[in-house]
Design a protein around this ligand. Structure first.
Ligand code: NAD
Ligand code: ZN
Length: 355
């Protein structure tokens, strides 16, 4: 199968290209090599082995139309990622992520390419799932600055104020995007659903949780928490853990995410036309941010993490995935365990050295 991988030079996209090639497919990469996802340590990604390569922006209709020639399916990874620096980034996020997706989908409709796998994100949910002993499933709003400053990090029940039990969020949980990036990721899904309905296309959105592993962007405002911790360790500094370190996340290895994309691309053609289905893509095993810092520090040989009590307004306390639907319907299961993956990441794999 010939697959156009937008953003195929990125952290996740380049691993998708490797996974597709290994499974006998024929990937074509379209990537603008945006400066935001590059860093001094990773100025330009290694070009994916075996894949054809187009240096272009997904917002350019002519380039996308060219790239779609002879393509059977599209794997859309290109996006500006992370929280950005401040609200002045909003037009760039919307342009890259939503205008870009609209241009791509219009070109697919024109070219008659009807199969799409989209990089979604857990950020569409806002907070994770919470249960109150008295009120059942509840939805706490964003945490108040005063609570965070006083070290009250757990969101209380919005009705009775009692402590809540965090759980695994399912795909049918209500969406609640809380920042510009999250809003653009949700809009991508809505655009893809609208495209599927109006053209008879078939779409799968994989809502990735915290992806980590070799080639992860680092030393940029867009880097993920595991990359920040590892960069600190490499400088000989202690990883600085915000809040009390008890934030629960689902860390999923980039090779597992790449495999999920390959499996979804192989399955999407057999699905009902006109529909987008969303799948959580996580390891299914929650870990705290504190545990992650400790695992990386131990694998690196120190120094021990420092829990600072600092916080970022807008950070979510807990968000962990129920990825049962992806396992049951597409037969995917993660292979890289937390300890093994974090130890490999702390050591820096051969792929990192090449970046
Ligand atoms: N890393 C995570 O933890 C995570 C979690 C959830 C979702 N995602 C999603 O996964 C996808 C890939 O993210 P990543 O972590 O690999 O980031 P990345 O920055 O490493 O890769 C994104 C790639 O897309 C390219 N790109 C961006 N805008 C483009 C445009 N307009 N035209 C062409 N190319 C463009 C960039 O140059 C980059 O190579 C994104 O859609 C992101 O929203 C990532
Ligand atoms: Zn309650």
């Amino acid at each position: 199968m010939r697959v156009l991988v937008t953003g195929g030079a990125g952290f996740i996209g380049s691993q998708i290209v490797t996974a597709l090639t290994a499974r006998g497919h024929d990937p074509v990469v379209l990537d603008a090599l945006l400066p935001a996802s590059r860093s001094a340590a990773r100025p330009r990604p290694p070009l994916p082995p075996g894949g054809a390569w187009i240096h272009a922006d997904v917002r350019h209709p002519a380039a996308v139309a060219d790239a779609l020639r002879g393509v059977d399916a599209v794997c859309h990874q290109a996006a500006m990622v992370g929280l950005g620096t401040d609200f002045s980034d909003a037009p760039d996020y919307v342009s890259c992520n939503d205008q870009g997706t609209a241009v791509l989908l219009a070109a697919m409709a024109e070219a008659g390419v009807a199969d799409l796998v989209l990089a979604g994100s857990m950020v569409v949910y806002g907070e994770g799932r919470y249960d109150c002993a008295r009120h059942g499933r509840v939805r706490p709003g964003p945490r108040a600055a005063a609570d965070l400053a006083a070290g009250r990090f757990e969101p209380p029940c919005p009705t009775c104020g009692d402590a809540l039990v965090p759980g695994l969020v399912g795909e049918d949980a209500p969406v609640d995007p809380r920042n510009v990036y999250a809003t653009t990721k949700l809009a991508q899904e809505h655009l893809a659903a609208a495209w599927a309905r109006s053209t008879g296309g078939r779409a799968v959105a994989l809502r990735y949780h915290n992806v980590y592993g070799p080639g992860m962007p680092r030393d940029t405002p867009y880097a993920g928490v595991a990359a920040f911790f590892r960069s600190a360790l490499e400088r000989g500094e202690a990883p600085r853990v915000f809040e009390d370190g008890g934030q629960r996340r689902d860390f999923v290895h980039v090779r597992d995410v790449a495999e999920a994309n390959a499996v979804a691309l192989e399955a999407v053609h057999g699905r009902a036309p006109g529909v987008l289905t969303a799948y959580n893509t996580g390891s299914g095993t929650p870990h705290t941010v504190g545990e992650t810092a400790a695992a990386l520090a131990a694998a690196h040989g120190g120094p021990e993490p420092v829990v600072t009590g600092e916080f970022r307004l807008g950070d979510v306390r807990h968000i962990t995935a129920d990825s049962a639907r992806l396992r049951a319907e597409l037969g995917w299961k993660p292979r890289v365990g937390f300890d093994e993956g974090m130890a490999e990441f702390a050591a820096g794999g051969p792929e990192d050295a090449a970046c």
